[in-house]
Ligand binder design. Sequence first.
Ligand code: SAM
Length: 171
Amino acid sequence: MSDPGDLRPNEQAVELGPAFDATLRFIGTIRTPWRDRRDCPRQGRLDGPECQLVLDPVWHDGLKGLEYYDTIEVLYWLDKSRRDLVRQSPKSDGQTFGTFALRSPVRPNPIGTSIVKLIRIEKGTLIVRGLDCLDGTPLVDIKPDRCAFSPKAPPKNEDFIKPVKEPASRP
Ligand code: SAM
């Protein structure tokens, strides 16, 4: 949904003030089989089609160590979304939900996140399964899956410390 006049029954848009500038830096582009939003899955699946995270060359060194993870978290910018809906009707049936109670792409800051399966890394391109976005969607960030990750920095006072079993080869 991208046209400001395109509201479903009982949906509510808000008047947006001037935007703060958070100066996002896209780190690359996502290549997927989907050119039309109607063809994208609503949520990616780990057995979905192979997609590519194509990193800008300046960020290639940032992948060091990521190859040890089977699953990674991908953040992306759902750039074709409208951003002014506070209530939405996903089924177009008049029943509405608050934007923050949904994982809809329509949100004030249209950030999408997916846990994806890392198939392989070819230079600065990651081959993954589990995405649900359009071909050409801007890539915001990549992180190890939090369930598999243990902090590399020393723990702080409030950290809950538990032993984590890690593969011997993980740095
Ligand atoms: N997995 C992410 C999440 O939970 O944050 C995104 C879920 S969102 C429901 C996925 C939907 O966003 C797709 O089915 C498609 O309709 C829409 N979409 C995909 N790429 C988009 C883009 N670049 N701009 C706007 N909408 C997009």
